[in-house]
Design a protein around this ligand. Structure first.
Ligand SMILES: [Zn+2]
Length: 438
């Protein structure tokens, strides 16, 4: 072992530009260890992980991560919402840093790769940069972002929304628990109990805080695996808008209310759902997706004509104008449905986030790194949203995707190959290292 270490040191010394190598075995071990911080028994589908933000498992996982970072000599800062920053100081520490990161919280019965690959892969990337003997000019930070998943407080990307100023801090502290039985607890109470105090307004970072942000993540879709490409570079992140429609008609006895007299709210809702599908398809662009995922029917009895229906729509696109165009077309149909069926239809905007375009420069740097490693990466759109969507407000961003089996995510059988994870971490490391010299 002694001679090997000496040999490695000699090799590093001979290559001052630094050979970036990932310790794939250690990274796999650490992903497995992190998956052990869970409150659910192993599932027959694979390693089921449940790690809700600020739960005892989340806090144990955070403590373990901090111990790993301390062992690497990284400086640690935690903000008021628990976002945690692990910093490798550069030779010019006053310059805006390069950052990478993701999340470790997991929805109930999730897998062990979503988010965690970006956190532990980011840590391994920083180790690889250190091992390569290169001393970066800009500092490099690994960021663990709080509550990417909406499980506990009903809103996704809590940490990065507060960093970017997308979420009003005074509103955030009053957010209530979204899980059954937790409705009485607020974020203010829960974060204080977890040891994160101070005003949430202090979480915000100024635009330009980072010189560059790169997030490593599993694809959560099937394209890379299907096309046999080991790595993707994200050029755009689609953003969802959420709408709630309430349709009010006229209810009555399923036998007594005659067909010509009906103002059936569910029949009107059915027309609306099909209108949404038709107009999302009509853009002719694969990046437009629209889903009606819930439909509450009142009174919800088999022998009662539906008098009120509530639908929730999730519509996503990489172009906000195209997303709005679909909504305009749907609204014209709503006017027609209203007139024809004599129903009332109201629309409420639940949320609308701006899509993000990745920095062409960072995309080019990652592309060049890939080609240096003999890989032709796929340039692609992220249809799921990530913390990077919000980090785009404080830094030029890009994302690196690695394949996951069958495109499966948010399930215990989520799986990414160790070789693909290691390659993603290696590309991340080389890209961060290169950006840190700018
Ligand atoms: Zn994720």
């Amino acid at each position: 072992m002694q001679t090997q270490t000496a040999q490695q040191a000699a090799e590093a010394a001979m290559q001052p530009t630094g050979a970036i190598e990932i310790d794939s075995a250690r990274l796999t071990d650490e992903l497995t260890t992190l998956a052990g911080f869970t409150s659910i028994e192993p599932s027959p589908l694979g390693t089921a992980v449940t790690r809700v933000v600020f739960s005892p498992d989340d806090l144990r996982a955070r403590a373990w991560l901090k111990s790993l970072a301390l062992a690497e000599g990284l400086a640690i800062r935690e903000d008021a919402v628990g976002n945690t920053f692990f910093r490798l100081p550069g030779s010019d520490p006053d310059l805006p840093a390069i950052a990478t990161g993701s999340h470790i919280d997991a929805i109930p019965h999730a897998g062990m790769y979503d988010g965690t690959v970006g956190v532990l892969g980011g840590l391994e990337a920083i180790r690889a940069i250190k091992r390569s003997g290169v001393h970066p000019r800009r500092s490099i930070e690994l960021v663990l972002l709080t509550s990417e998943e909406p499980t506990r407080f009903g809103i996704g990307c809590l940490g990065s929304r507060l960093i970017s100023g997308t979420l009003d801090p005074s509103r955030a502290d009053a957010l209530h628990g979204a899980q059954r039985g937790s409705e009485d607890e607020t974020l203010a109470q829960v974060r204080a109990a977890a040891g994160f105090t101070g005003p949430l307004s202090s979480v915000r970072l100024a635009p330009g805080h980072y010189h560059a942000w790169v997030e490593l993540h599993i694809e959560q879709g099937p394209l890379l695996e299907r096309e046999g490409i080991p790595l993707g570079i994200v050029t755009h992140i689609a953003a969802p808008a959420g709408y709630r429609f309430t349709i009010e008609g006229f209810g009555g006895h399923a036998g007594a209310l005659l067909m010509p007299d009906r103002r059936d709210a569910l029949c009107a809702a059915a027309e609306l759902i099909l209108s949404i599908e038709r107009h999302a398809l009509a853009t002719g662009v694969i990046d437009t997706v629209a889903t009606v995922g819930t439909c509450d029917v009142y009174p919800g009895a088999v022998n009662s004509v539906p008098s009120r229906v509530t639908l929730q729509l999730d519509i996503r696109d990489t172009e906000p104008a195209r997303r709005e165009g679909v909504m305009q077309a749907v609204r014209r149909d709503i006017d027609a449905i209203r007139a024809r069926r004599d129903v009332r239809v109201s629309e409420a905007l639940v949320n609308a986030d701006e899509p993000a375009a990745c920095s062409p420069h960072i995309v080019a740097v990652i592309d060049e790194v890939c080609r240096g490693f003999g890989i032709a990466p796929k340039h692609m759109v992220s249809r799921a949203y990530h913390d990077s969507l919000f980090m785009a407000q404080v830094a030029p961003i890009a994302m690196v995707f690695i394949p996951c089996r069958g495109g499966v995510s948010h399930r215990p059988d989520e799986y990414a190959k160790p070789a693909d994870i290691a390659l993603g971490a290696r590309v991340l490391a080389a890209s961060l290292g290169r950006l840190a010299t700018e």
